[in-house]
Design a protein around this ligand. Structure first.
Ligand code: C5P
Length: 232
């Protein structure tokens, strides 16, 4: 099943059962779901099979970063498991990204392949400590351009970077943004947040939303409220 919704609900749970319990409260016609490192490490591909069986398209958020051949093989494995989207770290370099792209194309698999630029948890000082003396935003732009030139379909970015990346990489280039807080929700530990509407207006193409939906008493009612905010 495919959906026109930009919403991707983060299933950040420590077990298959807990993740499926939430998935069973959501509608695959109105959102996609994201499986991250904790859930996948605990449950393995079973969780993907179970979510696909329920009709969901899945973003497998494992952020691969390794030598080109290893990353390409991992990306291909994810695509063969039928995921809708998978990601790598752009800082792994052009050859790493190109090799993954080529391997997917050769297999004829249409999985969306996107790259993380700079983790949004990183501060300017932390970036400098890794040896990158550039301004953080300039580094994000450089890595996004590199990702595009290396055949990536888009990037994971902060909604605050979406407008700049729309300029740099175009409207079609996917901008998948976490740190989204609907006007009814608490910020939690997220700092630099945007509402769904603000993020879409800034140029985000997909919105990753976790706790505002998964910790709501009625997750579908929360999804409804987000859809209403987007439609306003
Ligand atoms: O619950 P919340 O909406 O904050 O969840 C956001 C999701 O997006 C989590 O899965 C989190 O790991 C992920 N994420 C993030 N910030 C990033 C990258 C990913 O919050 N920079």
């Amino acid at each position: 099943m495919t959906t026109a919704s930009p919403l991707i609900i983060a299933l950040d749970y420590p077990s298959l059962d807990a993740a499926l319990c939430m998935a069973d409260r959501l509608d695959p016609e109105r959102c996609r779901v994201k499986v991250g490192k904790e859930l996948f490490t605990r449950s393995g591909p079973n969780v993907l099979e179970a979510l696909h069986g329920r009709g969901f398209e899945v973003f497998l958020d494992l952020k691969f970063h390794d030598i080109p051949n290893t990353v390409a093989a991992a990306v291909l494995s994810a695509a063969e498991l039928g995921v809708w989207m998978v990601n790598v770290h752009a800082s792994g370099g052009a050859r790493m990204m190109q090799t993954a792209r080529e391997r997917l194309d050769k297999a004829g698999l249409g999985t969306h392949l996107i790259a993380v630029t700079v983790l949004t948890s990183m501060t300017q000082d932390e970036l400098a400590a890794t040896g990158v003396s550039d301004d953080l935003e300039a580094h994000v732009e450089r890595l996004a351009r590199l990702a595009k030139d290396s055949g990536m379909d888009g990037v994971v970015c902060s909604a605050r970077e979406s407008a700049m990346l729309k300029q740099a990489c175009g409207e079609e280039f996917l901008k998948v943004t976490p740190g989204i807080r609907p006007s009814f929700a608490q910020a939690g530990d997220q700092r630099r947040i945007m509402t769904p509407r603000e993020a879409m207006e800034a140029g985000s193409t997909h919105l990753v939303v976790g706790r505002p939906v998964t910790q709501a008493e009625d997750p579908m009612a929360a999804l409804d409220a987000i859809e209403r905010e987007l439609a306003e």
